[in-house]
Design a protein around this ligand. Structure first.
Ligand code: GDG
Length: 475
């Protein structure tokens, strides 16, 4: 195995094992945003990607895929249960999303998290050249930066946190709160979605360690009397805006959007929600508001349909099983009360779709509902905006999604405030086209200028600065 200049470490590899008949070499590129984001960087530099191949006990040798070296890290079924479903998705995920669901603190999960983080760190340390760069991704791997720094002090290390970082009052619940912060502080650059997340992180560091922090720069003492500077700063992630824009221009996608509208009985307004089925996304609040609007007679099923795509997610974690039951009961009740033979109140789809179909849905929707109770960024909001080349459509956006910091012209809502949410949905349905266009133009400008390439460029530039500062200091 040749060592690479630039290594990405993420929970998942950017590929999925292909089913029979798919993909020539048994793997196909997975559709995720991070994969698209890093594709250009991986191609430009001689890059490697360390990650789990997605199936239990799958031992695979490193292999080349599309010019990138992929380095699989195997996980046993027990580790998937404890490190991934347990500590990552049933401890950290709910804690960092403001305890919308109760986090479970289990010591055997933590032990597994430490072990698996060490395995990822070792794989990265073996993969990267002298003085190279490693970019660690997300909350499953918070301990990797420190582990890597100890194994390889020559490296420049970045970490990007895709989800929120909570206020100290919540963070302090974590039994391993010091160890997790130490893990993150091993990085030279620690990126967050919002300015508020970086602020929460810096405050937690001050409370627990009393390190000096100035304008996001934290002086972290090492064990040998030396110190390094870690920069904690917001780098809001984005989407491949051009790609979405181009997909939306395709005649077949536009024809499909028309077909979808017809299939729903050509209502006056289509409302759309697209989320992984997750308790952070505020799907219940959205359904509650829409159900009450029907109940109050402010909308009727002849005029307005809500399409809710809830893509299957984390189906072995108990909180998700329960959430699905609640949502499906609510949908069935609302539909039972209001459907006619010609029109349905809610078209609920517990399925994943190809990207073209998602874009067609965005084009078919008059109102996009993003009502997350807490969300790092929410890419769906940006995708909707990017596809609306016609400057039509209204985005209703929760102030608790990171995207709210950038998309100032959306109709902002507090999803907990059901009455205001209802009024905002009506306002969106009734918004004059000129007003829609004015708002959409300004949001599109932001998303097209600040696309995912701009995001990765700015993060990598910060890493370059960190490397240059280190070189100056050791000269
Ligand atoms: C985490 C953070 C942050 C969804 N269903 C289908 C489908 N999707 C796509 C969407 C979007 C992506 O999945 C979801 O991204 P989000 O940002 O909305 O949410 P999370 O999955 O929770 O992502 C989040 C993100 O990381 C990036 O940093 O923004 O805050 O929680 O791209 O379009 N795509 C297809 N079919 C589906 O059925 N093709």
């Amino acid at each position: 195995m040749t060592q690479a200049e630039f290594v990405v470490v993420a929970n998942r590899l950017p590929v999925d094992k292909a089913g029979p008949g798919e993909g020539e070499d048994g793997w196909r590129r997975s559709p995720g945003g991070l994969v698209t984001a890093l594709e250009p960087v991986m191609k430009e530099t001689d890059g490697a990607w360390v990650g789990w191949p997605g199936q239990a006990d799958l031992e695979v040798e490193p292999f080349d895929f599309d010019g990138t070296q992929l380095i699989p890290v195997a996980l046993s079924a027990d580790e998937i249960e404890k490190y991934y479903e347990g500590f990552s998705n049933d401890t950290i995920w709910p804690l960092y999303h403001d305890v919308i669901a109760a986090p479970r603190y289990r010591r055997v999960w933590w032990d597994s998290y430490v072990r698996v983080n060490r395995r990822f760190a070792e794989a990265a340390a073996n993969a990267v050249k002298e003085n190279g760069t490693v970019w660690v991704q997300d909350y499953q791997l918070q301990l990797v930066p420190k582990m890597l720094r100890e194994m390889r002090p020559d490296l420049t290390i970045g970490y990007f946190h895709h989800i929120p970082f909570p206020a100290y009052g919540l963070y302090s619940q974590l039994p391993w709160r010091r160890l997790v912060l130490e893990g993150l502080l091993g990085a030279d650059v620690i990126g967050f979605q919002r300015v508020a997340d970086a602020g929460n992180f810096a405050r937690a560091v001050r409370r627990l360690f009393r390190y000096e922090t100035r304008a996001g720069r934290i002086t972290v003492p090492g064990e040998d009397g030396t110190a390094h500077t870690a920069l904690a700063k917001a780098f809001p992630i984005s989407i491949a805006a051009e790609t979405y824009m181009e997909l939306a221009k395709k005649p077949e996608v536009q024809a499909r959007a028309k077909e979808i509208r017809e299939g729903l009985g050509n209502p006056k307004a289509i409302l759309l929600g697209v989320d992984r089925l997750d308790y952070t996304k505020g799907i219940r609040h959205r359904l509650k508001a829409f159900g009450e609007l029907l109940e109050d007679g402010r909308v009727t099923v002849d005029d307005v349909t809500l399409v809710q795509v809830a893509s299957p997610s984390r189906e072995r974690v108990e909180a998700y099983v329960q959430l699905r039951d609640e949502i499906e009961l609510t949908v069935a009740r609302i539909n039972g009360d209001h459907d006619t033979f010609g029109h349905s109140a809610i078209r609920y789809l517990h399925q994943g779709y190809p990207r073209e179909e998602m874009v067609a849905l965005f084009l078919a929707a008059d109102v996009m509902l993003v009502t997350a109770l807490r969300d790092g960024m929410n890419l769906v909001a940006k995708e909707y905006v990017a596809t609306r080349n016609d400057n039509r459509g209204v985005l209703v956006l929760s102030e608790f999604a990171g995207a709210a910091d950038e998309l100032g012209s959306a109709l902002k809502v507090n999803p907990h405030d059901i009455d205001t949410l209802k009024d905002t949905i009506i306002q969106a349905i009734e918004m004059p086209e000129a007003d829609q266009a004015r708002r959409m133009r300004s949001m599109r400008k932001r998303v097209l200028e600040h696309d995912v390439k701009a995001w990765s460029d700015s993060f990598l530039a910060a890493l370059d600065d960190a490397r240059a500062a280190k070189e100056r200091a050791t000269r």
